[in-house]
Design a binder for this molecule. Structure first.
Ligand SMILES: Cc1cc2nc3c(=O)[nH]c(=O)nc-3n(C[C@H](O)[C@H](O)[C@H](O)COP(=O)(O)OP(=O)(O)OC[C@H]3O[C@@H](n4cnc5c(N)ncnc54)[C@H](O)[C@@H]3O)c2cc1C
Length: 427
């Protein structure tokens, strides 16, 4: 049985480990922290006595690798899958409206949804539909050099259409402003979401906390296939000789008996383990933050599972009945603010959208994820390294590897599947 050491127990590492376990490789996964999941985890919070996510994560129907991974580890059953694309909006002055695709022939149902979107006037709808259709035929490579904002303006999208439709997708998937994100990757994800099949645009929300949806089932699967997971063990160095890793040194052990190594740590962590000149490209990542605020409320009076805010610095509200999870993407400005200041800001803003008073909120918790995702600008996209490296028995995974996707669960899981595939092929 060939042995693979995997460094990093985020979703990329877990995906690589699950795929390799399935192919009868002996896996040893080393994770520096005491828990699995990396940037996607949940924990038991003493105060409200409930398990909460570090940040709400949503998946989409087009996340084919993630859905397949969840099937492998028998966790697909933990998903709430929308039957049809539907987004409910919260607007100022307590207004609600929705974008909903009817349940008839795809893609006509999507075109119909956009055309019947009451919030836009006829001219705006026609421009939106024109671009929507044009995306199908667009060669995204030709969009290099343009930001999302420049592209949408060039395609005659009104400010309102940008804010109400395009920005919701862009900020959610790319976690950065439309002025900075690359039009190329935005066009790619729009094709994936809207132009693949009917299922791709459906929004999927884990029904359980993240660690129960991803980490526990993955860990059980790996262990049941003779794999080992060693938590609180940090990789310090790879010793390379003649283009092969000969030793993996951690803060607890020195490993010499292995056939392959998968690095599934973020780029900034890999740089500390090995000189990264062995990668085929030299990346330079800038990161963007996400802020999550969990509110324990006296009584839930919202109907839908989630809402998008229209025209606000708040982006999403996820309604978990016992509590609401509000998400702010591209949240740089909040990273240096104190929790009380953030809370005051959020409540003031929330009151413009929902009839809520201070007394309705029993508890709050703020979680800042500073390096949540890399910023997908043109330079970054062109310099993402591939899985294979000059070091023959080392393969890299992580949402930052060149999967052609933004930094998402799908990119992480795909990168792990690709790294596992290369090992199987090279075996
Ligand atoms: C708040 C938040 C919300 C998000 N929302 C969404 C969403 O809605 N949808 C979506 O698709 N994506 C979302 N993402 C992005 C998604 O979480 C990430 O893209 C994905 O989890 C990255 O996985 P990864 O395995 O590549 O990296 P990571 O999760 O960073 O995992 C790397 C692991 O390596 C470990 N490690 C680091 N150094 C070492 C070392 N030296 N030795 C051993 N172990 C080490 C780390 O502890 C970590 O566990 C969100 C991210 C955040 C933070």
């Amino acid at each position: 049985m060939k042995k693979v050491i995997i460094i990093g127990g985020g979703l990329a590492g877990l995906s690589a480990a699950a795929h390799l376990s399935k192919k009868n490789f002996k896996v040893i996964l080393l994770e520096a922290s005491p828990k699995l999941g990396g940037r996607a985890y949940s924990f038991f919070d003493e105060k409200p006595q409930t398990e909460i996510d570090n940040g709400q994560h949503i998946l989409m129907g087009c996340y084919s690798d993630t859905l397949n991974f969840l099937k492998i580890i028998d966790a697909y059953k933990f998903l709430n899958i929308q039957k049809i694309l539907e987004i409910n909006y919260l607007a100022k002055d307590k207004n609600h409206f929705r974008l909903k695709a009817p349940n008839f022939i795809y893609p006509l149902n999507l075109l119909f949804a956009l055309f019947s979107f009451k919030e836009l006037n006829l001219t705006e709808k026609i421009s939106l539909l024109k671009l929507f259709i044009k995306i199908y035929f667009t060669d995204s490579e030709k969009l290099y050099g343009m930001t999302v904002q420049e592209w949408l303006k060039k395609e005659k999208q009104s400010d309102k259409a940008i804010r109400i439709f395009w920005e919701i997708i862009s900020i959610g998937a790319l976690n950065t402003s439309t002025e900075r994100a690359s039009a190329k990757i935005f066009c790619d994800i729009l094709k994936e979401i809207f132009w693949r099949d009917k299922f791709s645009s459906q929004i999927i929300i884990p029904a359980l906390p993240l660690s129960k949806t991803f980490c526990k089932p993955a860990s059980d699967f790996i262990k049941s296939n003779d794999g080992e997971i060693r938590l609180s063990e940090k990789c310090i160095e790879f010793v390379v000789d003649k283009n092969r890793i000969e030793k993996v040194i951690t803060d607890k052990n020195v490993y010499e008996d292995f056939d392959f190594v998968v690095s599934a740590v973020p780029f900034y962590a890999l740089e500390k383990i090995i000189d990264t000149s062995f990668l085929d490209k030299q990346p330079e990542f800038h990161y963007s933050s996400i802020l999550n605020i969990h509110l324990r409320i006296k009584e839930n009076f919202l109907q839908e599972d989630f809402y998008a805010f229209y025209d606000s610095e708040l982006h999403w509200l996820f309604n978990k009945r016992t509590h609401w999870n509000i998400v702010i993407s591209n949240a740089e400005k909040f990273m240096l603010m104190g929790n009380e200041e953030i809370y005051a800001f959020i409540i003031t803003e929330l009151k413009k959208f929902i009839a809520i008073s201070d007394d309705d909120i029993l508890l709050y918790k703020i979680i800042k994820e500073k390096r949540a995702t890399f910023i997908p600008d043109d330079f970054t996209l062109k310099h993402r390294p591939s899985t294979e490296t000059k070091v023959k028995n080392l393969f890299i995974a992580g949402d930052w590897v060149d999967t052609k996707l933004p930094a998402t669960i799908e990119s992480a899981v795909r990168s792990g599947r690709i790294a596992a595939g290369k090992i199987v092929f090279n075996n």
